[in-house]
Ligand binder design. Structure first.
Ligand SMILES: [Zn+2]
Length: 217
């Protein structure tokens, strides 16, 4: 336990229990800085950022929930890996931005349950029904920690890269100034289009390349 926790909590909010110093993180896309955070569930999250993110100019931002299969195994079953890559490229292109990498695998149900849900999806269930059949919520993610991370980093306003209006609402709920939602629609393929359609139909995602768009054309 960090003895400065009390002070840290006063600076950041109630869930962050420890924070590292920042370190350089050179990547294929550019040179970022990285900082790690611990929360009160003992989960470790990361902020990867570039440029002066503390000025009044809104910061291009992404809240990325961990997806082991998408982020590290190049899975085509979802769009997570594509979104991670695009977000980092966009931040590098602007020379300024923040990516919060949040450890809530499988929309918060964990890897074990996600793979169980994949098994049910192989049998024809969609991503929502598979979770429900396992007795799990369709989306168990929480975003308060993200607001605390933005605050700790000194970010004053954000342009949030997401197709999920819920994330915008959540950030606003925790008093983060979201000035714009930036669509991040990448990686649609034959293995994930059903999943993306479900996110559009049943989870409120806004997808311009989705099946509704195709029907209108
Ligand atoms: Zn994924």
């Amino acid at each position: 336990m960090n003895p400065d926790n009390k002070i840290l909590n006063e600076q950041t909010g109630k869930h962050i229990t420890d924070v590292t110093e920042s370190a350089m993180l050179p990547t294929s896309f550019g040179i970022f800085k990285i900082m790690a955070f611990k929360d009160d569930q003992n989960k470790e999250h990361a902020a990867v950022y570039m440029g002066d993110i503390t000025s009044d100019e809104p910061v291009l931002s992404r809240i990325h929930s961990e997806c082991l299969t998408g982020d590290t195994m190049f899975s085509l079953k979802c769009d997570c890996g594509f979104q991670l890559e695009t977000a980092m490229k966009q931040i590098a292109k602007e020379g300024r931005g923040v990516l919060l990498y949040v450890r809530q695998e499988g929309r918060g149900i964990g890897l074990f349950n996600k793979i169980k849900a994949y098994h049910l999806q192989d049998k024809g269930l969609d991503t929502v029904d598979a979770n429900l059949q396992l007795g799990l919520p369709a989306d168990a993610r929480h975003y308060e920690i993200c607001a605390e991370m933005f605050n700790y980093l000194g970010v004053k306003a954000i342009k949030l890269m997401t197709n999920n209006p819920l994330k915008v609402d959540e950030m606003k709920k925790y008093k983060i100034n979201v000035v714009e939602r930036v669509a991040i629609e990448v990686g649609r393929n034959k293995y994930n289009e059903g999943y993306l359609d479900t996110k559009e139909d049943r989870m409120g995602h806004i997808l311009m390349q989705g099946h509704h768009k195709k029907q209108e054309d």
